[in-house]
Structures are given as structure tokens and as C-alpha cells.
Design a protein around this ligand. Structure first.
Ligand code: NAG
Ligand code: NAG
Ligand code: NAG
Ligand code: NAG
Ligand code: NAG
Ligand code: NAG
Ligand code: NAG
Length: 483
């Protein structure tokens, strides 16, 4: 079992002195209050300061918290959560995903510790490896920082809290799940109190889902989605001018024969064959496709053939399309993620376009924090390609139809397609807009704080997050080390 204090101090960001001065300067002038967010159909989510309440953790929600939070945290009574249980859960997931749990660098590769203390945000478990510009941990830190800063600006006060966050999208297979659950009696209780961004449906109690880091920051997301809305007017005459095909652009990506993502994508691309009048689908770059071709040549995957290679070459050259211009098509396809066939951030970008959303049915294998709100047939339609018996991943989602059939039907019923697009856009406002993300995090932090039976403390070496400073500073240190 891990010793929490040891591990909290081992993986730190080494720059607390540098940053503590900056942290002081952002203290809010107004006395911060406990806050709530309420949804109003006219104005969306609005912050609500609770002036009467002094104790943030005492405050009463005016609406029930999101089901994902109530469900995944239900097994914990207020005040029952210990630091040990949190670290046990981290180790538990580590074992199941095949990480070397006695090597903290390896174990914490995908974990990010996060502390909110006295209304400021701190991070622990920042590892040295993988500090590239797009690396998810960095994105995540920036995203969380923007959320905490935003509450501060609103004059809100957050409760003290400590969380461990898994920023990977892949969770243990069913087989490993069995091994883990037999490991010891404690592992059943070591399930819920960690956070993750995507979770296999079979691991429903393993962690609590929170938004993925690809929203970047609240401000960036707000700007990006405002641009999409401007680019994509919804009045029917204008909407009618959108291209009458289902559009998809994405990465090739390939990690193993078992991963369902690339196989599903090939399934869709092959459906394109004689159907280019209905589908406009292509890979947007060659990276990853080369690896797939190598596999084709070596014929290691039973489902890859020489024809796959032909297919890849044929469909590779799709024009890259700016995300804010996706609404040039009436129908937009969401495919599973690049490597393991898990979630894809694509969906959060296409929901606000007002085009009808077609989701490849394998999505039902993985959950993100908002999937349980999506209503098939109303907010989107399930689709699939030619089913083949080598694919274990098809879940036969209710109502799923062949993608070409779906496009043909929607062409016959334009108003239905338009209504689907409007519903997706409404869904977006409610669940995925910057304010909705803010609201989700406010609930998460409050619910989690209530469960904790310990007072979170800031280890001496933890770093205060102000701007982008954490990983920039580490990069400098890496450079110094290498010089
Ligand atoms: C909490 O933050 C406020 C404002 O930044 C500061 O004045 C106060 O000393 C801090 N309290 C503790 C216990 O750190
Ligand atoms: C796991 O990590 C420990 C500590 O770094 C190391 O000694 C050991 O060799 C590693 N085991 C494997 C299988 O890599
Ligand atoms: C785990 O427990 C289940 C039910 O008790 C049992 O069927 C299964 O064989 C066990 N698995 C392992 C790997 O011990
Ligand atoms: C590969 O494609 C050719 C024509 O392009 C076709 O005749 C052949 O049946 C295909 N092979 C397989 C295994 O699908
Ligand atoms: C798929 O079907 C073919 C022929 O119908 C059969 O030979 C093959 O064993 C099947 N594969 C799987 C994985 O069931
Ligand atoms: C899905 O349906 C197909 C054909 O109806 C069937 O062969 C397959 O076993 C089903 N898959 C699952 C996971 O239920
Ligand atoms: C977190 C969040 O905003 N959840 C909302 C998602 O949308 C459904 C209805 O579509 C609401 O009931 C949820 O509260």
C-alpha cells in the first residue's frame, strides 16, 4: 500500500517558491461567498452568490447534483473518505492497467493530484516525463486553473479539497477488472474516490467522470463555441444550404490489433466506397496511417488485409476542415477515439454546430461525464457500418442503423434532420457550454469536499497554479538538466 504523504511529496512541481509570490496577487478584493449555479432557459447557467451562508460546505443545492456525481459517490458517507482510500484507488487502477506500482514515475504518469486550499489551486504528482505542449496533464492544469479563477472573479469561495485525477482515457478491460476485484476485500471500497475523464462502461464504479482537458480553458471554450454558433446559423433556409452529406475528418492512429478504434474507422471508410454522394469521410493526416500500413504489410492483424492498404491510400487525402466550419454539412459523424476506441473529443466540438449528430455505435463502450444525458433518437442517432464477426465492439445499440441508410432517410425528411441539429445545440448549451462545465465542477468540488474525512493540506513542495507556469518551468529545468 502506498504511503500517501510520501507520495504526495515525491511528485511535486518544484517551483513553489517561484510561484507563491504570483499566487498572492490574484486574491480577490471582495469577501468570497459560497455560490451556486442555476439554469435559466433564457440566459443559461447563472452564478448565484449565497450571502447568508458562511460555511461553504453547509450550503444547500437548489437542484439535485448531476446523476454521475450522485451515483458514483453514493457509496461514500459524508466525512468517510480518507486519504489512504484515495491512494489505494490510485494503486488499484495502476495494477489493473499494468503500471509498475512500485515505480512512482510510472504509476503517476497519468495521475494528477489537485488541492484546493483557502480558495487557491495547487498541484501535486507532476511527473518529469511527457511534458510536450499538448500533453494532457498540462492542458488539465490550465483548464482547472481557469475554472478556479473564474469562481474567484465571481466572488465565490470554494471548500478545501484534495483529489486524484486520472487524465488517461483508457480503463481496465473486463478481465483485469475480475483480477482486481479479487485482489483483496479493500479493493471494493477503493473504487470511487478518484476522478477520470473517460471510463469503460464495465467499470462504472471505478471513478467519477469529470470533463476532459480538451476544453482548454473556460475562456477559450467560450470563444471557440461562440465562433461556431456565429458560423452556423440555424434558420431553416440557411440551414438548408449545408452540404447534404455526412462529414467526418479524424486521425488514423493505430496501437494494436485489439483496439477497436481504427477498425471502426476503417469500417466507416469502406462504407464510403460507392457512397461518396452520401458520405464525405477521410483521414485528415498521414501520421498513424503509416503504422497501420506496416501492420497491413506484416499481416499481424486478422482483420487487416491488403485491401485495407488500398483503402487507406484512397481515402487519405481528405481536406482538413477547421472545427468552426464543420457545419458546412447537414450531418456530422462521431467516431470512437484514436487508439483504444474510447471517447473522442470530436463530439464536444460538433454538438454546437446545429448539424444532425450521427454517433458510431461503439461509443456505448465508453462513458464521458455527459453521455448519460444524451437521448438517442432525440439529440443524436446511432449509426454503424457493415458489421463483421471479427468485431467484438459492436454493442448493437438500440435503433442503430447503417450510416448510408440513415443519410438517405434524413434526406427524405429534412425537418427531422434540422430538429436533430437544434436538439444537439440545446444539449450543448445545457451540458457542454463553458457555464455548464463550470457548474459541473462546482458540484463536483462541493460534493467531494463533503465526503472527505480529513482536512486537505498543501505539501511544502506543491505548486500554486497561476498561469501556464507549471510545465513551462519544468521544461526549463529539463533543458538545464540536459545542458
Ligand atoms: C487565505 O487567503 C487569504 C487571501 O488570499 C489570506 O489573507 C489568508 O491569510 C489565507 N489564509 C490561510 C490560512 O492561508
Ligand atoms: C518497477 O519499479 C521498480 C522501482 O523503480 C524497479 O526496481 C523494478 O525493476 C520495476 N519493475 C519492472 C517490472 O519494471
Ligand atoms: C474472482 O472471483 C470470482 C467470483 O468469486 C471467481 O469466479 C473468479 O474465478 C475469481 N477470479 C480470480 C482471477 O481469482
Ligand atoms: C480485395 O479487393 C479486390 C478488388 O479490389 C477484390 O476482388 C477482393 O475480393 C478483395 N479481397 C478481400 C479479402 O476483401
Ligand atoms: C467469421 O466468419 C468466418 C466465416 O463466416 C469464420 O471462418 C471465422 O472463424 C469467423 N470469425 C470469428 C472471429 O468468429
Ligand atoms: C449484434 O447483432 C449481430 C447480428 O444480429 C449478432 O451476430 C451479434 O452477436 C450481436 N452482438 C452483440 C454484442 O450482441
Ligand atoms: C451538468 C449539466 O449541465 N447537466 C444537464 C445536462 O442536460 C440535462 C438535460 O438535457 C440536464 O438535466 C442536466 O442537468
Amino acid at each position: 500500500m502506498l504511503k500517501s504523504n510520501n507520495d504526495m511529496t515525491k511528485h511535486i512541481c518544484l517551483i513553489s517558491l517561484l510561484l507563491s509570490a504570483t499566487a498572492m496577487t490574484i486574491a480577490n478584493a471582495a469577501v468570497p461567498h459560497a455560490c451556486n449555479l442555476n439554469f435559466n432557459p433564457e440566459n443559461g447557467w447563472k452564478i448565484h452568490r449565497l450571502k447568508e451562508s458562511n460555511k461553504v460546505t453547509d450550503h444547500i443545492w437548489q437542484q439535485p447534483a448531476d446523476e454521475e456525481l450522485t451515483r458514483s459517490l453514493a457509496q461514500w458517507k459524508p466525512g468517510s473518505l480518507t486519504e489512504q482510500a484515495i491512494f489505494a484507488a490510485v494503486e488499484d487502477v495502476g495494477v489493473a492497467t499494468g503500471r509498475n506500482v512500485s515505480d512512482p514515475e510510472d504509476l503517476y504518469e497519468h495521475w494528477q493530484g489537485m488541492i484546493i486550499y483557502n480558495n487557491s489551486l495547487y498541484f501535486t504528482h507532476v511527473t518529469w516525463s511527457q511534458l510536450g505542449p499538448g500533453y494532457k496533464k498540462k492542458l488539465f492544469r490550465n483548464f482547472m486553473n481557469s475554472i478556479v479563477q473564474s469562481y474567484k472573479k465571481d466572488g465565490c469561495r470554494l471548500p478545501d479539497v484534495f483529489m486524484m485525477m486520472n487524465i488517461e482515457s483508457v480503463f481496465p478491460s473486463a478481465q483485469k477488472e475480475v483480477e482486481t476485484s479479487n485482489k483483496s476485500s479493500s479493493s471494493t471500497t477503493a473504487r470511487a474516490p478518484v476522478m477520470c475523464i473517460a471510463r469503460n462502461v464495465m467499470d462504472a464504479k471505478k471513478c467519477t467522470l469529470v470533463p476532459n482537458p480538451y476544453f482548454k480553458t473556460l475562456n477559450a471554450w467560450q470563444k471557440m463555441t461562440a465562433k461556431i454558433r456565429r458560423n452556423c446559423p440555424m434558420n431553416l433556409p440557411t440551414w438548408r444550404q449545408r452540404q447534404d452529406r455526412a462529414l467526418w475528418r479524424g486521425k488514423c492512429g493505430f496501437s494494436s490489433c485489439e483496439s477497436s478504434g481504427p477498425r471502426m474507422k476503417l469500417g466507416m471508410l469502406s462504407a464510403c466506397g460507392d457512397n461518396s454522394q452520401y458520405l464525405d469521410v477521410a483521414f485528415k493526416e498521414e501520421t498513424g496511417c503509416h503504422r497501420m500500413e506496416i501492420w497491413v504489410r506484416e499481416k499481424n492483424c486478422p482483420w487487416l488485409t491488403d485491401n485495407t492498404s488500398q483503402l487507406i491510400n484512397k481515402v487519405l487525402k481528405g481536406a482538413v476542415i477547421d472545427q468552426a466550419s464543420f457545419c458546412q454539412a447537414k450531418y456530422l459523424v462521431n467516431m470512437p477515439g484514436q487508439y483504444q476506441g474510447s471517447y473522442s473529443r470530436h463530439l464536444q466540438y460538433i454538438m454546437p454546430t446545429g448539424s444532425a449528430i450521427l454517433i458510431w455505435e461503439t461509443l456505448s463502450e465508453f462513458d464521458e461525464f455527459y453521455y448519460h444525458h444524451l437521448r438517442p433518437g432525440k439529440d443524436f442517432l446511432w449509426v454503424h457500418g457493415d458489421k463483421d464477426n471479427s468485431s467484438k465492439s459492436y454493442q448493437n445499440a438500440t435503433g442503430s442503423k447503417h450510416i448510408v441508410e440513415v443519410v438517405k432517410q434524413l434526406r427524405q425528411n429534412e425537418r427531422r434532420a434540422w430538429r436533430l441539429g437544434k436538439a444537439a445545440r440545446r444539449f450543448f448549451q445545457h451540458n457542454l457550454s463553458a457555464d455548464a462545465l463550470k457548474k459541473f465542477w462546482l458540484e463536483t468540488i462541493h460534493m467531494y469536499a463533503k465526503l472527505q474525512g480529513f482536512a486537505p493540506h498543501v505539501p511544502a513542495e506543491a505548486c500554486a497554479m497561476t498561469r501556464d507556469a507549471v510545465s513551462d518551468r519544468i521544461k526549463q529545468m529539463v533543458a538545464l538538466r540536459e545542458a
